[in-house]
Ligand binder design. Structure first.
Ligand code: GUN
Ligand code: FE
Length: 460
């Protein structure tokens, strides 16, 4: 097969498109034409059989701008929760509880990013690996080092991954070790400002990479720091990310220290806004969900990580029903896979376990929570358009005004794991791909209309 063009800006692409702009609604556009502007943004979508489809195709052909792509074309995947410095820890230490894992494994590893060259090596490899697995947009926690966080932003810019990058803030001496802690509120704020300035200088104000205000979680921050970051969020208009009521321990810690839920505390500090993404949020009560929905905040649902650290399954259906915006996160390295396909699969499986229950010794009628299950199409929506909506970024579906961030799936890739036999319905075809595809099936990845999987930098 001829390799498709690397730079599709200004082209019209013909292909077999699958997207889920709304939860529960798959649209397949076989033979559809997508026009890409010079800025890498979709200028028009022509569905087969609609007025203008034929003329648009003929015109593009004449101009030598028609590109036909084989396979299935899906929106790029949005990972709403990645700890970049934890990539070397993927699959390690998972038998511990969250609080032990953080102190024994995570903080010592993250402290190593004082070494900027180590950071560069890990981050280039991570960004390349994520792009190759279809993650075109990522919301990153970095470490608490400003220099290393700038390296992460630079790695994303160089590789062409859309990213929001946050220097993690943690200054509470009671919960953060001496070797890995911001020295003071002012030092933490200063380092956070320095990273934002670097990102804005490199990427521009609304560039491919943006800064994020990132208090790690309530235990790791003093009241003074939380208050100051809330003010910074208001003044800067930046996104905010933090962990929220992830496990029994984390939830109980917030209750004991503040006498209120994590959601209420974050709101009180001005850290729950339309631009906030709460990682996990497993133990939200009904009123918590209503408060998040009212503020327009979003949740990064990390089903894989939750299986190890959360002590419970996130009530996804309940949150969606309350109007909370939700996307999916891998939570590298709380989750032992960097693949959003794995996150989608676990999202479905965990929701089924919540619905049916898990203890066979209990009667079926008392075992689970009825109405909790979601299907793969919902997981696909959350990993694409849902993630884009959670960030208020125009990504995740094929429509005018959306960035051309696209995966080309080759279901016949010999080293891949998809086996199709023909005759599937649209939904079964997509389901089979999402459940069985692996990295070898992700043939090409574009962001902003530019092929990125061939530009992945080698690890230094
Ligand atoms: N809570 C605070 N920090 C972390 C982290 O790095 N990973 C997870 N899963 N939870 C956290
Ligand atoms: Fe996390």
């Amino acid at each position: 097969m001829v390799r498709p063009a690397g730079d599709l800006r200004g082209c019209v692409v013909a292909g077999d498109w699958f997207h889920a702009p709304r939860a529960g609604a798959l649209e397949r556009m076989a033979g559809g034409l997508v026009e890409i502007g010079p800025d890498g943004v979709i200028a028009a979508v022509h569905r087969a059989g609609t007025p203008g489809h034929q003329a648009a195709g003929a015109l593009a052909q004449q101009a030598g701008r028609l590109v036909r792509l084989p396979g299935l074309l899906l929106p790029g995947l949005v990972d709403l929760h990645v700890h970049a410095p934890q990539y070397p820890q993927l699959g390690k230490g998972l038998d511990q509880s969250l609080e032990v894992w953080l102190q024994r494994y995570t903080f010592p590893l993250e402290a190593r990013y004082a070494d900027r060259l180590f950071a560069r090596r890990v981050y280039r490899r991570l960004v390349g690996d994520l792009l190759a697995q279809g993650t075109t947009t990522a919301l990153y926690f970095a470490s608490r080092h400003a220099d290393a966080t700038c390296e992460l932003a630079d790695a994303c810019l160089e590789a062409g991954q859309r990213a929001l990058v946050g220097r993690v803030v943690m200054d509470n001496p009671e919960q953060c070790p001496d070797f890995y802690r911001d020295e003071s509120v002012e030092a933490g704020l200063e380092a956070t400002r320095a990273v934002a300035a670097h990102i804005r200088a490199r990427a521009g104000a609304d560039g491919m990479v943006r800064p994020v205000i990132t208090p790690r979680f309530l235990p790791s921050c003093t009241d003074g720091m939380l208050r100051a970051l809330g003010r910074m969020a208001e003044e800067s208009g930046c996104h905010v990310q933090t962990h929220c009521c992830e496990s029994d321990w984390a939830r109980d810690y917030g209750q004991a220290r503040f006498g209120r839920s994590d959601v209420a505390v974050l709101d009180g500090f001005g850290l729950l806004t339309r631009r906030t993404v709460l990682a996990h949020a497993n133990f939200m009560t009904g009123p918590d969900m209503e408060r998040v929905a009212l503020r327009g905040g979003a949740v990064a649902h990390c089903a894989l990580s939750n299986a190890w650290f959360a002590n419970a399954v996130f009530p996804l259906r309940a949150a969606l029903a309350k109007g909370v915006r939700v996307g999916l996160g891998t939570d590298i390295a709380g989750g032992p896979s960097a693949s959003l396909l794995a996150a989608m699969r676990m999202t479905v499986a965990a929701s089924r376990m919540l619905q049916d229950g898990v203890d066979p010794a209990r009667p079926a009628a008392e075992r689970g929570r009825p109405g909790a299950a979601v299907d793969m199409l919902t997981a696909f929506h959350l990993a694409t358009a849902g993630g884009g909506a959670a960030l208020d970024l125009p990504v995740g579906s094929f429509a005018r005004g959306q960035h051309f961030d696209v995966l080309r799936i080759d279901p016949d890739a010999p080293l891949g794991t998809v086996r199709l036999w023909g005759g599937e319905s649209d939904e079964d075809l997509l389901g089979a791909v999402l459940y069985t595809a692996s990295r070898a099936n992700i043939a090409d990845v574009w962001t902003g209309g530019v092929l990125r999987t061939q530009a992945v930098p080698a690890a230094a």
